[in-house]
Design a protein around this ligand. Structure first.
Ligand code: MOS
Length: 757
């Protein structure tokens, strides 16, 4: 059983709703003639962020900034033990501290990882809450534990889940007959690639403020899913979802770690109920490293068979993933879908450890999967003595080959290969890995990698357009801007459709009382929200045309909109200004606005990307520097150029960071995170980031949805660590098969090469 990544990280209603309706999507005929390209005034243009000024001046209110009258501070006590029986919790000493208003027991029975919630307090200020927390008495009976994933596989290792082995089946897939494929192969390559535990570390840590107004709960939450958190809270608190409102105005990133309701949010709501006061619970940077998820590790082995001309005959992949007390990620989608190959077989296992649960991290499974698959493809290309780009061109597919039920894909990948290769100067690469000109100890190389990611919109997404007699215009949708510029793309689509300027549109989002929208995850915000806004705005235009027609005494079908006027097509002399038509709306009773939705028969999937990197490797120190980077993406129509470019720059930056620096280290002796801070957990800084060129394949496909929009946030990240690793390979002639490619690992790889030659 396998599924697309957004299904593999479906862990709550909101995420389940994010699956595209499989059966509903009927493939349009591939031969449909392309209609003429529409000319847009705002869509695809470099519109400045409509909320840029708010953000850079510090006026934008993030969840951390929210202060409510009478608000208390909640703090959570966490288990120091990776496995223990909680024998007793004594809250009395904490409750005796002046200023403490409530205390809760959160653990009964076993705790299974260091960092699990044990107790909580609410007090008038942070210092009082911290002092009280230190006085909570917890009696533990410690138990054996294992946090090292390799040791956890031993039959003798402590069992993380009572009575069940730590090693478990995760995923398998088969098409054709892989043994037959290997028998047909003339060249076979095999290699094992590893990826690390990567922590999300969003700039804004997780946190919630909960306030009860009678039996109605209002929660300000740093979340990627206001509707999902509403539903999750209703379930956890056993209250009607209709009595819960979740608000999120601005957010400092999530990357998948804020897709569903947090246990700390439930704590805030319970403390607020107990005290009758608003309660704010903000997690610390340390908490972010230990208890709100990370990308699971992977240990992927690829065996690839090919004909001498590069035609793939067999793809075999095995993996052992680790996600702590949760299953790891299915990393197989790249190997299943990126290349045409009749014979493909996958077996993945997961191993459980006494570590907090993983959470989806930017393109779950795909990013580590692409690093490994694309590394193996480059090593195969060397074995074939072939240009790695040619090997890909020969084999790439534009269709889903897995059993995902997604019937149609566009073909932008070819364009991405062309654009990227030209911009990086692909002909400058070393013809064979490691054959570069040496300048002292420094070697240069070029590498590339491919991505595929579904970029689906979610049918049922709703948006409202409200027109006021004074010509103010609102666009309202219960989506959330997680930092990517959702407000801007909504304003651009509404303005384009209504013939206005983006700055004339007031965008309202980030509130679960607004019309439904899916999680902002899975790269589905733009392809869900933009078509819904477009649909609502098109309906609003029809409404305005009808009002104008009445005023002009012509047929509504005869009315055209241009230059802030509605005019008669047949008699251009007849025209009425926007302002008058908006004013006339008052006579339409009752006019509240128009609601648009993303229709169920619209869909968008399979975005493509080809990334190219140029690196410099110091063979004495093992240090890698990325010198130049080109990212070419097919994400369909780009709605807002600047925010889209920013998404790509962000995705590449995070990929560079994963490829070279990021790794959470667990200590098997104490069961704790060794580097739960930003001093010891390294993240790329501006000094590490090279010139990044962002290119978009101009794929305009009206069959995708009413705007031709596909997702971008994750696709822009997927191939980045792989492209850099392949550039390192091209520079030094040995593949560093483990990320992050720390100086130590680079030097070890060079030693292996010396020993081998
Ligand atoms: Mo994501 S991992 O779709 O936020």
């Amino acid at each position: 059983m396998r599924g697309k990544a957004y299904i593999s990280y479906a862990r709550g209603d909101a995420e389940r709703q994010a699956r595209p309706a499989k059966a509903a999507a009927v493939p349009p005929p591939a031969t449909q003639p392309e209609p003429p390209k529409p000319v847009f005034s705002h869509i695809g243009k470099a519109t400045p962020r409509v909320d840029g000024r708010e953000i850079v001046t510090g006026r934008a209110k993030f969840t951390h900034d929210i202060k409510l009258q009478g608000m208390l501070i909640g703090k959570i006590l966490r288990s120091p033990h990776a496995a223990a029986e909680v024998v007793a919790i004594d809250l009395a000493p904490a409750l005796a501290v002046p200023g403490v208003r409530a205390a809760l027991k959160l653990a009964e029975g076993k705790v299974r990882y260091a960092g699990q919630q044990v107790a909580a307090v609410a007090a008038v200020d942070e210092r009082t809450a911290e002092k009280a927390l230190g006085l909570v008495k917890v009696q533990y009976r410690t138990l054996p534990f294992v946090v090292d994933w390799e040791r956890a596989r031993d039959a003798a290792a402590p069992q993380v889940r009572d009575g069940r082995p730590n090693l478990d089946k995760l995923n398998d897939y088969n098409r054709g007959d892989v043994e037959k494929g290997f028998a047909e192969a003339e060249v076979v390559f095999e290699g094992t690639y590893r990826t690390a535990f990567e922590v999300h570390h969003p700039a804004e840590t997780h946190g919630s403020i909960a306030a009860w107004e009678g039996d109605h709960l209002v929660v300000y939450d740093s979340t990627q899913a206001v509707h999902g958190v509403r539903d999750g809270l209703a379930r956890a608190l056993k209250v009607p979802a209709a009595n819960v409102t979740v608000i999120k105005n601005y957010m400092g990133g999530g990357f998948g770690s804020k897709l569903s309701v947090g246990d700390y949010t439930v704590v805030a709501a319970n403390l607020a109920r107990e005290t009758g006061r608003p309660v704010k619970v903000l997690l610390s940077r340390r908490d972010n490293a230990v208890c709100v998820g990370y990308r699971p590790s992977s240990n992927q082995t690829y065996r690839i068979g090919a004909k001498k001309d590069g035609t793939l005959t067999a793809l075999r992949m095995t993996n052992i993933a680790c996600g702590g007390i949760a299953a790891g990620d299915d990393c197989s989608e790249p190997v299943v879908d990126v290349y045409k190959c009749p014979h493909c077989k996958v077996d993945e296992q997961t191993v459980y450890t006494n570590v907090g649960a993983q959470r989806a991290r930017r393109a779950p499974g795909h990013t580590p999967g692409a690093f490994a698959l694309e590394g193996a493809m480059d090593e195969l290309a060397a074995a074939l003595d072939m240009d790695p780009l040619e090997l890909r061109r020969k084999n790439y597919s534009t269709r889903n080959q897995g059993d995902t039920g997604l019937p149609y894909s566009s073909k932008g990948l070819d364009k991405c290969y062309d654009l990227g290769a030209k911009a990086i100067g692909w002909e400058r690469r070393n013809r064979r890995p490691g054959e570069g000109k040496a300048e002292g100890p420094v070697r240069r190389g070029l590498g590339m990698a491919t991505s595929i990611w579904s970029g689906a919109g979610v049918p049922g997404t709703l948006a409202d357009i409200v027109l006021y007699p004074d010509m103010s215009v609102e666009v309202i949708c219960g989506t959330q801007d997680i930092g990517c510029g959702t407000r801007t793309h909504m304003a651009v689509v509404a303005a384009e459709t209504l013939g206005l300027e983006p700055k004339e549109i007031t965008v309202k989002l980030g509130n679960s009382d607004y019309p439904w929208a899916p999680i902002s995850g899975g790269s589905l915000t733009a392809p869900s929200v933009a078509p819904a806004v477009r649909d609502a705005a098109l309906k609003a235009v029809e409404r305005l045309k009808a009002v104008a027609a009445a005023r002009l005494k012509v047929d509504p079908a005869d009315v055209v909109m241009a230059e802030r006027k509605f005019a008669s097509k047949s008699d251009p002399g007849k025209a009425v200004a926007f302002a008058e038509v908006y004013r006339d709306l008052r006579r339409e009773t009752p006019f509240h606005g128009e609601r648009g939705g993303m229709p169920g028969d619209q869909y968008a999937f399979n975005t493509f990307g080809a990334h190219f990197a140029e690196v410099e490797v110091d063979t004495e120190t093992g240090r890698v520097r990325v010198l130049k980077y080109v990212a070419a993406q097919d994400s369909g129509r780009i709605v807002s150029k600047l925010t889209a470019e920013s998404q790509v720059v962000g995705g590449v930056t995070q990929g560079l960071s994963n490829g070279l620096f990021e790794e959470r280290v667990m200590d098997d002796a104490t069961g704790t995170v060794v580097n739960p801070n930003l001093r010891d957990y390294k993240i790329a800084t501006s000094l590490d980031i090279p010139e990044i060129t962002v290119l978009f394949a101009d794929v305009d496909d009206p069959r995708i949805n009413n705007l031709g929009v596909k997702g971008l946030g994750e696709p822009a990240h997927v191939p980045s660590s792989g492209a850099i690793a392949n550039a390192v390979y091209n520079a030094i002639g040995v593949h560093v098969r483990e990320i992050p490619m720390t100086p130590k690992r680079v030097l070890e790889a060079l030693k292996r090469k010396e020993a081998g030659s």
